[in-house]
Design a protein around this ligand. Structure first.
Ligand code: ASP
Length: 343
């Protein structure tokens, strides 16, 4: 009987599973990929790998693939102590956010990682990212997982998945967690910041798989036209519009704009106020230019990332709840994705 942690690695694709051929990066399948990681055999973990065939660039990710990942985890949940998901960096923050909401009452680690340079390139960041992710997914203290939540490990930092944003397309530290402290820093040792890590749920795992994509993001900019705004607000396909406003939730006050918003909300549709700033929170009413959102009963998204807002909205729309229930649930923290900041 061994006491080694067991880890399931799910390889979806991305740069971590690519090699350079002539002038392009091309995907290789996972049987070929593991040949580049001879270290895996020496780790003191029991490892199994499931690979997507063919592997996908994460620009191709969609809700069907989130469901596929969740179903693999669901099927293997009792068999493994932790999960490592290899995923392209482009949409990793979206997938990590979605999965965190789809798997409620989690008490095992799900660590997403990838790399900025392909595995076949000399200076690749793939090896360190994968090996440390496995170590984190398998770390236990008194038999309990140290990090029982969905997270992203990248370039020495472990972050809560639904707090991350891909902030750089060329630096090794591609991800930032602007509004929540990092969960661990890896150096010679892995230093866990225990006070900010979830304690894990006592209840049994609950899976949410209903997703509805009738949501759109409208980013304001000085000089935005009535045509651009009404093309979304007047389109009845959408049940929810996420408005990316300025600063702590401010917008212009032109009559046509306020009327468009009013007509839209009077139809019983959902309006969510988020900021174009990565760091900080929506604070409605601090400036007169945000009062309209309180008056229209728009949903304050506090300090959530756009990735979390979009994916949480898709899942709540999938539940087909009424507007009031949607608002209450949206503003509740499901798994540490928001901090309510009052004026
Ligand atoms: N386009 C790649 C992807 O997201 C980029 C990467 O993995 O870094 O799959």
């Amino acid at each position: 009987m061994t006491n080694r942690s067991s880890i399931l690695i799910i390889f979806t694709g991305g740069t971590i599973g690519m090699i350079r051929k002539e002038n392009n990066y091309i995907s290789i399948n996972f049987n070929e990929l593991i040949k580049y990681f001879p270290e895996l055999d020496k780790l003191n973990f029991y490892l199994e790998i499931i690979g997507f065939n063919p592997p996908i660039d994460s620009a191709e990710i969609n809700p069907k693939i989130w469901i596929k990942i969740v179903e693999i985890i669901e099927k293997n949940y009792t068999k493994f102590d932790g999960f490592v998901i290899l995923h392209g960096t482009d949409t990793m923050a979206y997938t990590a956010s979605a999965i965190s909401f789809m798997l409620q009452n989690l008490n095992k680690p799900i660590v997403f990682t990838g790399s900025q340079l392909p595995i076949g390139v000399h200076r690749t960041d793939a090896k360190e990212n994968l090996i440390t992710s496995i170590e984190i997914a398998g770390s236990r203290s008194f038999g309990k997982a140290i990090v029982p939540e969905v997270c992203i490990y990248f370039e020495n930092q472990l972050m809560r998945g639904n707090r991350t944003h891909k902030a750089s397309s060329n630096e090794f530290n591609a991800f930032k967690s602007y509004n929540y402290p990092i969960l661990a820093q890896a150096g010679i040792d892995i230093n866990y910041n225990h006070s900010v890590i979830s304690k894990g749920a006592l209840k049994s795992l609950k899976i949410h798989k209903k997703i509805k994509n009738s949501v759109a993001v409208l980013k304001l900019f000085p000089g935005i036209s009535k045509e651009a705004v009404s093309s979304l607000l007047k389109n009845d396909f959408f049940d929810a519009i996420i408005l990316q406003t300025y600063g702590c939730g401010n917008s212009m006050q032109e009559n046509w704009f306020l009327e468009e918003l009013q007509t839209y909300t009077q139809k019983g549709k959902i309006l969510i106020n988020t900021s174009q700033c990565e760091n900080g929170s929506i604070i409605e009413g601090r400036y007169k230019t945000s009062q309209i959102f309180t008056d229209l009963d728009a949903i304050n998204s506090y300090d959530m990332t756009l990735e979390s807002i979009i994916t949480k909205t898709m899942l709540l729309l999938g539940e087909s709840c009424d507007k009031k229930t949607f608002k209450n649930k949206f503003q509740e923290s499901f798994c540490g994705e928001l901090t309510k900041i009052q004026k």
